[in-house]
Design a protein around this ligand. Structure first.
Ligand code: CO
Length: 132
């Protein structure tokens, strides 16, 4: 439907909040921890899209691994879909590998699923569906 948000991996979410606040001229509207993913997130609303900052909250978090390997920066692009299960089925049927076989609870009232970045030119794609 649209680019729902862009995810950026950061080492220090306090510093990144301040930095992106001065770039965007708007404060984050939400800070939310997602325990299951080992992340703390912060969201900025920019028109119809968002920016999600992600800091690792534990050592084995996917964000900690990403930063150790590639440094801070662009982590994923999230596309909003109407029916996440239908999209997952469709993409799996076309041979894309899904990182989770069932939609899981993400930040910001969303059900999410990630596609394997090796199947999409190195871009980590998130599908998300609002649950509110
Ligand atoms: Co995301």
């Amino acid at each position: 439907m649209k680019v729902e948000h862009i995810g950026i991996a950061v080492k220090d979410i306090e510093k990144a909040d301040a930095l992106f606040s001065s770039i965007f001229q708007v404060a984050p509207y939400k800070r939310e921890a997602v325990e299951s993913e080992g992340v703390i997130t912060s969201f900025f609303q920019l028109g119809e899209s968002k920016v999600e900052l992600l800091e690792a909250s534990k050592e084995d978090s996917p964000i900690a691994k990403f930063i150790a390997k590639r440094g801070e920066g662009m982590h994923h692009i999230a596309f909003e879909v109407e029916d996440i299960e239908a999209e997952m089925k469709r993409l799996a049927g076309e041979g894309f590998r899904l990182l989770n076989d069932k939609p899981k609870m993400g930040a910001d009232n969303k059900m999410v699923c990630f596609l394997h970045p090796k199947d999409s030119n190195g871009v980590l794609v998130e599908l998300c569906q609002s649950i509110s």
